[in-house]
Write a protein that binds this ligand. Sequence first.
Ligand code: FRU
Length: 486
Amino acid sequence: MHQELNNLKRKAHEHAEAYKHVVADDPYRLHYHLMPPVGLLNDPNGFIYFKGKYHIFYQWNPFETAHGAKFWGHYISEDLVHWDKAPAALAPDQWYDKNGCYSGSAVVSDGELYLFYTGNVKDEAGNRESYQCLATSHDGIHFEKKGPVIHVPPGYTAHFRDPKVFRHENKWYMVIGAQTEAEEGVVVLYSSEDLLNWSFLGPITGSRQNQLGDFGYMWECPDLFPLGDKDVLIVSPQGLAPQGFKYQNVFQTGYFAGEVDYQNVRYQHGDFTELDKGFDFYAPQTTLASDGRRLLFGWMGNSEEGDARQPTHEHEWIHALTLPRELEWKDGRLYQKPVRELKHLRKDNIERKDVTFESANPVSFDGINGNVFELEVSIIDWNARSFSIKIGKAVKIRYDTMEGILSLEREGFTPDKEMESRKCYLENLHHLQIYKDTSSVEVFVNHGEEVFTARIFDEPDAQSLVFQSDGQLTASLNKWNLERIT
Ligand code: FRU
């Protein structure tokens, strides 16, 4: 059994070695984001601070740039910015996880690291089974599988996955994303004294509960944690129809805020708010930093047909994680900022203070351009109808004051490359922090009030940055090149 496990992991490693140069030759390989060494990456998993280091695992199919029997890939860091690749932590090699070690989480108990994940099994007829499984480790590198700890309870389909474990008032709890037999997406709660024996407490919220109406047929990757004076539930429902600017991607990720009543197994909460207004964000996971900050990583992708058109396939890899973010509860909403540690990547600062944009003519500045950079725009005085920043030829960020709409446009991945856009309402725009990497952009708006994330495949040497305002606007610009860490 052990031999088999080592065999699969070794195969994945050998495959990565064999394609190392093909992957590295891709101009779209990112400079400061986590990617799979080869193959496909999706959800972040097991994000945890353990024995002085951050660990992030991820859903990984080493052998194809498509979904399949997932491994857990693994990166380790001391500062959330510079990461070392570790050997795959979990391989799908047991009867209870043979079709994938699906998403899950990590906790530390008595100096040991516990990984909880979903064992995905498909029988010959294609019927699905799922098991919530445990694997443990003393060193955070080598993991020993302990097998299933939870079976699907009556009333639920085998779409029962993505365990997130946490501690609350001297007990362990687990939330799981589930589908009822009536095909509603729900989040269920379990509790445990010892991390091994789990009691089913019941659903805490879901589609058709808490006045949500019909809110999706399956809820993936729940994460429940306190933030400020709220209990926040992040979850990724499948099956929401587009509504105005909302729910434009194939699947959505957002949060609820409210109060969990652990005694009566209830979660009273408000509306669902999407976490990211861009094109490529899904299935995020949070953990606590060593200093108490709530940190989040997301998958910078989504399960979309458009995946098939991303050019990185040719170089045998696809998808990446977002930058890590820190979360804050402020003024009745969730704020997301890039983790402050990312400042360590900054170099070659160029600053332009109090620039006045006078007319509709496009303006560029010496040195404020490039392919990989961070740009901060602080708007001091608005007298314009609109303001836009065009990055290369594939991305445009634009705010229209009359409409109160912020938009991100990108060149599509379709062969005709038509522009496509995502939008949100925004009362006013005073600050933008833009992280541009070779093939991605993350736009943090008003210090984290909104975020837009997108993969983009511009000409690889695109360098231009063009500002344009319809009317008069004064702003300060700050630009840095960013150190390559990959
Ligand atoms: C979300 C998801 C999870 C599942 C994993 C499989 O993207 O579908 O629900 O555990 O991906 O890779």
